[in-house]
Design a protein around this ligand. Structure first.
Ligand code: ATP
Length: 316
């Protein structure tokens, strides 16, 4: 894995002070009884061709960040700029272009593919909808996409049930590449695969990134996987980014107690090699549900170095 990428370039994605909350309804009258503060003032950049990993335990808000970027969840406030243009509240034409250039790969390759469509149809579909190709050209392009994920063209005629989990995830990646994206959002994309297949899919993503220059927002709870693929790492805890920096810096010199706890879950062959400050994980993550009157306090980010920032919080 290469070292930190230069940050003197313009970011492809600029997320600033993003807040996304969900109302909880209940009671006899179905009124609002509380709010989930899923994403609470999140800011980060993604640069072309880099992998930014968003890590944290289940429920800390990672998927909501991804869904907010894709405009699948509606942010309450903040800004998401893509290639210099604001996405929140953008018009149809702008969003259509954005949705072509930003593609997602999800955790479950079994439910991501329509069981009644052949692989050829599944790969051709986005190109047909976006009028990128038609007729015989569609089939040729679909075969090229399969080749990119190291699968033979015979698979085009088959249905999803004929494939293993790892093969299906390759097919989902191929489909995500159909529109030549500039950003791939991989939300726990290897979490359902066993370790050997995980390694193959990670290598595939890294090769594709090198060959096609795609940026990747890699969402994961698994620090061992993140250590392999990420250029930079953003650690989320209870809806906030508590630490962000170059992979080497975050893994080698973790500053926030939560980052240290997460890192303590990474198996180390020799415990003496564990960097100072990695602590064993013990306590449960608290809930992000708040009363309706709750006003969050925004805490400052302290610079550890120009490429490594940590939020001043202890664990709740
Ligand atoms: N549509 C929704 N309505 C209500 N609450 C939601 C909704 N979507 C997410 N949440 C809540 O927001 C919080 C953050 O969820 P999110 O899925 O973003 O976390 P995550 O870190 O991606 O975890 P996981 O990997 O388990 O999905 C959780 O408490 C979750 O229950």
């Amino acid at each position: 894995m290469s070292g930190p990428l230069s940050t003197d370039r313009k970011p492809l994605v600029e997320v600033r002070d993003l807040v996304t909350r969900f109302d909880l309804k209940g009671g006899v009258l179905g009124g609002i009884t509380g709010r989930v503060h899923a994403v609470e003032g999140v800011s980060f950049d993604i640069f072309a061709g880099e992998t930014l990993a968003l890590v944290g335990e289940s429920g800390c808000g990672k998927s909501t960040v991804a869904r907010s970027i894709m405009q699948l969840d509606r942010p309450l406030s903040g800004s998401i700029r893509y290639d210099g243009h604001e996405i929140i509240g953008a018009g149809r034409a702008m969003l259509a272009g954005f949705r072509r250039e930003v593609q997602m790969v999800f955790q479950d390759p079994f439910s991501s593919l329509n069981p009644r469509m052949t692989i050829g149809q599944a790969l051709a579909d986005p190109m047909r909808v976006h009028r990128i190709a038609r007729g015989g050209e569609l089939r040729k392009r679909a075969a090229d996409l399969l080749a990119k994920v190291h699968l033979p063209p015979e698979h085009l005629e088959r249905y999803p049930h004929a494939f293993s989990g790892g093969q299906r995830q390759r097919i989902c990646i191929a489909r995500a590449l159909a529109l030549d994206p500039r950003l791939l959002i991989a939300d726990e994309a290897v979490a359902s695969l066993d370790v050997t297949i995980q390694a193959q899919v990670i290598n595939l993503l890294m090769d594709l990134q090198r060959d096609m220059g795609i940026a990747i927002l890699f969402i994961s709870h698994d620090m061992a996987v993140v250590e392999r693929i990420a250029h930079r790492v953003a650690v989320m805890y209870l809806g906030e980014i508590v630490e962000i920096g170059d992979r080497r810096s975050v893994f080698g010199n973790p500053q926030h107690p939560y980052t240290r706890k997460l890192l303590s879950t990474v198996p180390v062959a020799d415990p003496a090699q564990r960097p100072v400050g990695r602590e064993p994980m013990s306590d449960e993550i608290p809930s992000a549900v708040r009363g309706v009157d709750f006003v969050p306090v925004r805490l400052p980010m302290n610079a550890v170095s120009s490429t490594h920032f940590v939020r001043q919080t202890s664990l709740a």
